[in-house]
Design a protein around this ligand. Structure first.
Ligand SMILES: C[S@@+](CC[C@H](N)C(=O)[O-])C[C@H]1O[C@@H](n2cnc3c(N)ncnc32)[C@H](O)[C@@H]1O
Length: 460
């Protein structure tokens, strides 16, 4: 190990930063977080440092560095652009046994500063011993994405309860089991979603054995249109911690690959080859039963659960049964497919409004407000439109839409197999006859479709 990582308490300790530029400012911002008493010495200061001084966050010493500036400081950071000055600061500080960091010069430093992930009071430090700072920064970015921002709040709550838990469980093994169940369970999720009072109430109840420890929780999670990189951080975290995942046909393989390996998978989509889905009422009941048995249940739905996804019905039933739940929005097919097809849904020159419409036909027909679609500068996105596409074109023309209005059909949007077909109201039926287009497909009608030719970045 080249360096021993330690965490230093600098609260109200005198620290000296030599240098007045942007790099010094970055270090100063860290020292402010650590509540240090900061002197910043330089003949010139950047705007950021000047404004911190106006806010009384630090003391400015407006002069060039001299040997007797090295006084009784807890740490010294040198970030001047003069290598001779930097090395004399290093020599003097080391002689005075003051820890010194010379920015970007590990050989002159007695300590180095890591990349940090700040979830105070939890701090994670990443260092490459000064050998590959960019790599350390990349590792930091990865950790930032997987560690919820509310971990600090969780640690603070644990701090509040530390003594109570000690009093309640004399045995260290029992204490550990208690905290493990809190940190990886439903209570932690409540903290992450900002429900602090509920979380504290649950901890009190657990400590008093007054609650059914077994009640689980349901996460209604939007899986997006297919590309797993379009998942939100929260969706990823919840699908990786769920004990059971109920998913349907539209959830892509890429997303399913991210589910925790040992969780139970339950398919509730259309049954192989047939058009029949698992009945909604059966799904609702299954969610309630699984949560009642103490499981953390993830209900994964394609796109966004509240857009043509019947997510509302599922959580209504949870609410009626007193099951805690969270809803995580996903990127809906209209956003995902239009982005990956290079078709902006609105554009100052072509469209000022956009409608999302379900084209799901009952008995080959539908009751859509066709007149409302015949408005200039409007984009209409039809979900579930493949089987009724010809009917939709007919109806739009019958109600006066321009026969040359461009249409895009996007098949398997955002996935590597994505295909975009461009046509028009009159020509679409012959295109559908010629091409073998399969679900899921999204249909975009409007002048914005013309932009595909220029803006198509993803290819088909
Ligand atoms: C039952 S709706 C569910 C919509 C979903 N909740 C959402 O927000 O995207 C299913 C329809 O969404 C559209 N869809 C979903 N994913 C798609 C994709 N990757 N490519 C094209 N269309 C998609 C299709 O029109 C499909 O028939």
């Amino acid at each position: 190990m080249d360096y021993l990582p330690i965490f230093v308490n600098l609260r109200q300790k005198p620290c000296l930063v030599i240098g007045g530029g942007d790099i010094a400012l970055r270090k100063i911002n860290l020292l402010i977080k650590a509540e240090a008493k900061i002197d910043c010495l330089s003949p010139l200061f950047c705007d950021g440092i000047n404004s911190l001084s106006l806010d009384s966050k630090l003391n400015l010493i407006n002069k060039s560095f001299e040997l007797n500036d090295i006084k009784d400081y807890s740490i010294i950071i040198a970030s001047t652009d003069d290598s001779l000055v930097n090395s004399s600061i290093s020599i003097l500080a080391k002689k005075a046994r003051i820890p010194v960091n010379v920015v970007d010069s590990p050989e002159l430093s007695s300590f180095i500063m890591p990349s940090i992930i700040d979830r105070s009071p939890v701090i994670i430090a990443v260092s490459s011993a000064g050998k590959a700072p960019v790599l350390a920064r990349i590792i930091r970015a990865k950790l930032e994405t997987i560690i919820p921002s509310a971990y600090g709040a969780l640690a603070n709550i644990a701090g509040e309860y530390r003594q109570k838990v000690k009093d309640r469980f004399a045995n260290i093994k029992d204490r550990r089991a208690f905290w493990e169940s809190i940190f990886s369970g439903v209570i932690a999720e409540k903290v992450f979603s900002g429900r602090m009072d509920e979380a504290k109430n649950d901890i009190d109840n657990h400590l008093n054995n007054a609650v059914d420890m077994e009640l689980g929780e349901v996460y209604l999670v939007g899986a997006g249109p297919g590309d797993p990189d379009l998942l939100t951080f929260k969706a990823l975290r919840l699908i990786q911690q769920a004990d059971v995942v109920l998913y349907d046909r539209l959830v892509s393989k890429g997303v399913m690959d991210l589910v925790r390996r040992d969780s139970e998978l339950i398919y509730v989509g259309k049954k192989g080859g047939s058009d029949k889905s698992t009945k909604q009422i059966d799904i609702n009941e299954q969610l309630v039963e699984l949560a009642k048995s103490g499981k953390r249940v993830c209900r994964l739905k394609g796109g966004d659960p509240f857009i043509f996804g019947r997510g509302g019905e599922e959580i209504e039933s949870l609410s009626e049964n007193g099951i805690p739940f969270q809803v995580v929005p996903g990127i809906t097919a209209a956003s995902g497919c239009s982005s990956y097809a290079g078709i902006p849904l609105t554009h100052r020159d072509y469209s000022q409004s956009c409608r999302f419409v379900t084209a799901h036909l009952k008995n080959g027909t539908t009751n859509l407000p066709w007149e409302e679609f015949i408005i200039d500068q409007q984009t209409i996105v039809f979900y579930m439109a493949l089987s009724g596409a010809n009917y939709i074109c007919e109806k739009l023309m019958e109600h006066g839409m321009n026969k040359d209005m461009p249409i895009a059909i996007i098949e398997k949007g955002t996935m590597p197999e994505q295909k975009v077909y461009i046509s028009s109201l009159t020509k679409l039926p012959s295109l559908l006859e010629k091409e073998d287009i399969n679900a899921p497909t999204l249909m975009i009608v409007g002048e914005v479709v013309r932009l595909h030719e220029k803006l198509n970045w993803y290819g088909n």
